[in-house]
Design a binder for this molecule. Structure first.
Ligand code: ZN
Length: 632
């Protein structure tokens, strides 16, 4: 079936190539992209406009592939390539992928591997016929990146078959003459946690996010049980960003039969791997049966198809997807879906920050067209606005005061996003001589997460990007000490009065932050600082509401009484979410006003929807989980 639609494109591409006298042996779909195979790749790289023109014309990413028979022998090619690349490129790894005819080069300075105007990479092609794919190595060793990269760049014949299967769906002709669009709330509506939305047309079924609610064990999973079709019929999953309340249930889909694509940005893919593997460990260490195994996480990562911001991609015959920067965490996106030829444009905001952060560039909301907006409202009910620079000064003062008393400051923080934002604040104040602390211990996944940040400088705020590119990454400052070896074990950290600990989880629901808290709680010298959202019923939330005494079961299984004497502070300006005023400004500043706004991801969605309809005179609603809305 696919051949009908793909054959047309293929014919057009061949005509175009014949017209320009470009040699090719076959043209193949690679998911949403197209591979042109040739025995003579050089000619395509003589003028970089050639590939660009074809891609622009067909509005698809074009990959030039060398036929296996024309690839130089691997050991010979390796010798040539290592001689061609200048020493200062900091090459860490070279993999040869004969299935796609690519040589994957991982280097600390990709720009040096590319060379001036692509001179070095062109020489690699001219001398070996291997097409270089150049990727950035992290500034700090990262086990998770090594794993992800081996899943993606090794054994690619499996990947090739998967991409062909994805293309079958993308190019299948419409089967229905009917015309409707429906969305169903599967989780995260009227609540925070387990975000998931099903979007359907007569021909296509797409899932937006697939999270779990870590704070509420009775309402943990999205309502996937109500889907009245086998999961193999799902055409695509689209992931807005890497937080567990948006991805925690995703590997379970692979466990129960899903085998299709997961569209996300590249940093989202890597951070997902980090958090999903860890979620298995968290379950095991708390004596809980994990929902899925490592193999299901591996399958999830292998099925990711990554897109950059603002790259328009056909993900189904009637749906085009574009990610826009959501300013929330590294790689976070608002998802724009163009459904049917010009018929309907939907934006799913994902989690958004509409204000300054040190880590990320400002949100991008320049959507070409918009009929329906699904918007988060985490802080839709919060009216007071904190001043970021005052809160930063207060945080530093709190840490300095605690250190002066010989106490330890514990900052529980999500390992992705909040931890890096706080690290950037501490690093800057340290450089300015205003932070009187020499050691900030980093525990949990934060070190790995920070290493992943250094691989994607183009996703970071300009100042941080420049520092990473000049080998001066703030995350590598000597101020930060990893808690991961005998010398810096958890026990030793507690013997360092006057220090700071940044540890996950951010809501004290488990992980190292909770064990540090139990050990630090009974001294008034110590301070606990909350820097992020605390979900209802989490330990963090209870402490904010005044809990000061409770029982726990210690490591030996004995009941232990915890008396909280430590100072508890909330530094309320580092959130990755827009506050109420910012959410309203966001809606006000949309270029194209939607006719419908659906409010989700909040505890006061109804109230916020009411404010939006009154203020903007448009249809704003807060639906419940399991409700469907016909969009067209
Ligand atoms: Zn989030």
């Amino acid at each position: 079936m696919m051949n009908d639609l793909f054959c047309d494109i293929k014919k057009e591409i061949s005509n175009k190539l014949d017209e320009k006298n470009l040699p090719y042996s076959k043209i193949e779909p690679e998911g949403p992209e197209i591979g042109i195979y040739t025995t003579d790749p050089k000619i395509y790289f003589d003028d970089k406009k050639i590939i660009g023109d074809i891609a622009d014309y067909f509005k698809k990413k074009i990959n030039i592939r060398t036929e296996k028979t024309s690839l130089m022998d691997v050991s010979e090619a390796y010798n040539i390539i290592t001689k061609l690349i200048p020493q200062d490129a900091g090459v860490k790894n070279i993999y040869f992928d004969s299935i796609f005819g690519e040589v994957v080069i991982e280097a600390l300075k990709p720009g040096v591997v590319i060379g001036k105007q692509g001179a070095v990479s062109k020489e690699i092609i001219y001398n070996t016929n291997w097409i270089p794919k150049i990727i950035r190595a992290p500034t700090d060793d990262s086990d998770i990146l090594k794993k992800v990269r081996s899943f993606i760049y090794k054994n690619t014949s499996e990947r090739k078959t998967f991409l062909k299967d994805v293309a079958k769906k993308i190019y299948s002709p419409p089967v229905s003459s009917k015309d409707w669009i429906r969305m169903t709330a599967l989780g995260g509506f009227g609540e925070i946690g387990r975000s998931s939305i099903l979007l359907e047309t007569p021909d296509t079924k797409i899932l937006l996010d697939c999270g779990i609610n870590q704070a509420d064990k009775n309402e943990e999973f999205p309502y996937l049980g109500v889907l009245r079709f086998p999961l193999e019929e799902l055409d695509a999953v689209v992931i807005s960003h890497t937080h567990i309340d948006h991805i925690g249930f995703l590997p379970y889909l692979f466990k129960v039969g899903y085998n299709g694509p997961v569209y996300c940005t590249e940093p989202t893919r890597d951070l997902m791997a980090l958090l999903l593997f860890d979620s298995i460990n968290v379950n095991v260490s708390s004596g809980k049966e994990p929902l899925f195994s490592e193999e299901h996480v591996v399958q999830t990562i292998k099925h990711c198809i990554v897109r950059n911001y603002r790259e328009v991609t056909n993900i189904a015959p009637d749906v085009k997807l574009t990610f826009y920067n959501a300013g929330h965490v590294l790689g976070s996106s608002s998802v724009h879906l163009h459904i049917g030829a010009g018929k309907h444009n939907l934006v799913y905001s994902g989690d958004i920050k509409y204000g300054f952060t040190r880590l990320l560039n400002n949100i991008d909301m320049d959507f070409p067209r918009l009929e329906t907006l699904i918007i988060e409202s985490t802080y839709g009910d919060k009216k007071e606005v904190s001043n970021r620079s005052i809160v930063e000064e207060q945080l530093i003062q709190t840490i300095n005061d605690t250190a002066a008393k010989g106490g330890i400051t514990l900052i529980p923080a999500f390992s992705v996003g909040r931890a890096q934002e706080v690290m950037l604040v501490l690093e800057e104040y340290k450089r300015r001589g205003k932070l009187n602390v020499d050691k900030v211990y980093i525990d949990g996944l934060t070190r790995e997460a920070s290493a992943i940040h250094t691989v994607y400088p183009e996703y970071l705020r300009h100042t941080i990007k420049t520092r990473v590119l000049h080998n001066n990454s703030p995350f590598m400052s000597p101020l930060f000490v990893s808690v991961d070896n005998a010398e810096n074990s958890r026990e030793n950290v507690l013997d360092n009065p006057g220090s700071v600990i940044i540890a996950s989880s951010g809501m004290l629901t488990g992980g190292p932050s909770l064990s540090y808290f139990y050990k630090l709680a009974d001294s008034e010298k110590n301070t606990l600082v909350f820097v992020g959202y605390q979900a209802k019923d989490s330990m963090g939330w209870k402490l904010q509401k005044g809990l000061r005494s409770f029982l726990i079961t210690d490591e030996q299984g004995k009941a232990k009484h915890i008396d909280v004497k430590m100072n508890i502070v909330t530094a309320d300006a580092f959130s990755g979410h827009a506050n109420r005023q910012e959410l309203l400004s966001y809606i006000n500043n949309l270029k194209d006003k939607p006719s419908t706004i659906i409010v989700n991801h909040g505890n006061a969605c109804q109230d916020f929807a009411k404010t939006v309809s009154q203020k903007f005179h448009l249809n704003a609603v807060a639906i419940k989980n399991l409700e469907s809305v016909r969009l067209r």
